[in-house]
Design a protein around this ligand. Structure first.
Ligand code: CAA
Length: 420
């Protein structure tokens, strides 16, 4: 479905993504424990909105509409009704139309789609936010909250860590079908941490991950699932992080870009979009991400390009195997051979298709409602040369995002074209 009006990303901001393993994250062993606390949802959202307004120079009064992606604020911080929370970040937003969108970890992607729809309908400036605070609960309790993204009555009992277990099931099926080695899977975590180590906003900016650690089972990288059938297939390093954070960007029509006093060359265009949803009640082939395939091929077709035209991608590596399977869903590698793309260096920062340059969900972090907003903002920042130590050193014309909610259930994909 082609957009009736063109839509552009004009700028935005991320907070730092914080959680266990980040030097500024307050936990009981931290030197500042008791003296200060981690930022709340209000503070996190406020910082990212203020950052976006400063980055774009937009007059907040001129914003037509506001959307926010968030999964389970009610459970982690006892806060729902986040459309009104977003309006509360600036006096000039008072009375404007605003709404929250939810599709588990694709909540941010859905908020972007809502922004595109309203631009197509005539709006010129739309602020899109994503936020999640998750560190208020232990990973085990949070595992129960996040299990609401699965089919709770059927899948909750698989393990306390429901999502890690669902993806352990995929690793098991894939390894049994194709013989993927621990080392080949470990490389995905090594890339994620190496990229995050260059990114000052990343959750894992200061944590090192070697292939020796990620490619084997050891004290620092244990199997941790209680489910005996799934335990041997997933290591700690295969998992995305439990992070707090927010990302906010400003979408504009061509008229909106002019209102900002900017030229199209300052922007990137969302030139294609794909949105696919599969039933919550049944599961498909565990060795493939068929909904990711539908959404990404939809975005590429919408933009009139092929996967081989891409110069950069941000994909949903909620677990290492998901990045590998997304390569195959995109048709970049035949089934069973996705790991070769990384082994050959092609998706590294200096490869011909760098993927998850700031660290992805494993390294940058995964505040679930923010991830789908973070991804297109990262493509914008890369295309405009703003990524500092993790800047890709070649021209970037076409990018793609893939944001997945649940176990391949709701997927939002965007094809993004640099404007120059
Ligand atoms: N040996 C054996 N077991 C160990 C261990 C060791 N050395 N260290 C830890 N464990 C076990 C313990 O059982 C521990 O639990 P308890 O402390 O409650 O007994 C468990 O592993 C977890 O340990 P921690 O709580 O210390 O681990 P952590 O806080 O560092 O968290 C993690 C690690 C569990 C992997 C956590 O990062 C995690 O849950 N990540 C995944 C987050 C997630 O699922 N996000 C959603 C992705 S899915 C998606 O994107 C789609 C969607 O819509 C949801």
């Amino acid at each position: 479905m082609t957009l009736a009006r063109r839509a552009f990303i004009t700028g935005g901001a991320h907070t730092a993504y914080l959680g266990k393993g980040h030097p500024d994250f307050i936990w009981k062993g931290h030197k500042d424990f008791g003296a200060r606390e981690n930022p709340t949802l209000e503070q996190t959202l406020q910082a990212a909105v203020d950052g976006c307004l400063a980055d774009t120079g937009v007059d907040p009064a001129s914003i037509d509409r506001l959307y926010i992606g968030n999964f389970v604020g009610e459970l982690f911080v006892n806060q729902g009704h986040l459309g009104a929370a977003l309006v509360g970040t600036n006096a000039a937003f008072e009375g404007k139309p605003a709404a929250r969108l939810e599709a588990a970890c694709a909540s941010g992607g859905l908020a972007i789609l809502a922004g595109l729809d309203v631009i197509a309908a005539g709006a010129d400036l739309v602020l899109v936010a994503g936020v999640e605070i998750q560190t208020t609960a232990s990973a085990r309790v949070g595992g129960d909250y996040l299990a609401r993204a699965a089919h709770y009555s059927r899948q909750r009992g698989i393990d306390d860590f429901t999502f890690p277990a669902l993806f352990a099931r995929r690793i098991k099926a894939y390894k049994e079908a194709y013989g993927l080695s621990d080392e080949d899977l470990g490389r995905f975590a090594v890339k994620a941490y190496a990229n995050a180590n260059k990114n000052p906003l990343a959750h894992m900016k200061a944590a090192r991950m070697t292939l020796e650690q990620a490619g084997s089972t050891n004290d620092k990288n244990p199997h941790f699932l209680a489910n005996p059938e799934l335990n041997p297939w997933l290591r700690m390093s295969d998992c995305s992080q439990v992070s707090d954070g927010a990302s906010v960007l400003l979408l504009a029509s061509e008229a909106g870009v002019a209102k900002l006093g900017r030229s199209l060359a300052d922007t990137v265009e969302i030139a294609g979009r794909g949105h696919a949803v599969s039933s919550l009640y049944t599961d498909g082939d565990p060795t493939a991400l068929s909904t990711v395939r539908r959404a990404t091929s939809g975005a590429l077709a919408d933009a009139g390009i092929k996967a081989s035209d891409l110069h950069i991608a941000e994909v949903h590596d909620c677990f290492t195997i998901a990045e590998l399977m997304t390569y195959e869903a995109l048709g970049l590698a035949p089934k069973g051979e996705g790991a070769a793309l990384l082994r050959d260096g092609r998706t590294q920062l200096d490869g011909d298709l760098p993927v998850n340059t700031g660290g992805g969900l494993v390294g940058f972090g995964h505040p679930v409602g923010a991830t789908g907003v973070k991804q297109p903002l990262e493509i914008f920042r890369q295309m405009k040369g703003r990524c500092g130590d993790y800047q890709v050193q070649r021209p970037l014309h076409w990018g793609l995002t893939s944001n997945m909610g649940g176990d391949d259930k709701t997927v939002v994909s965007l094809a993004i074209r640099n404007q120059s």
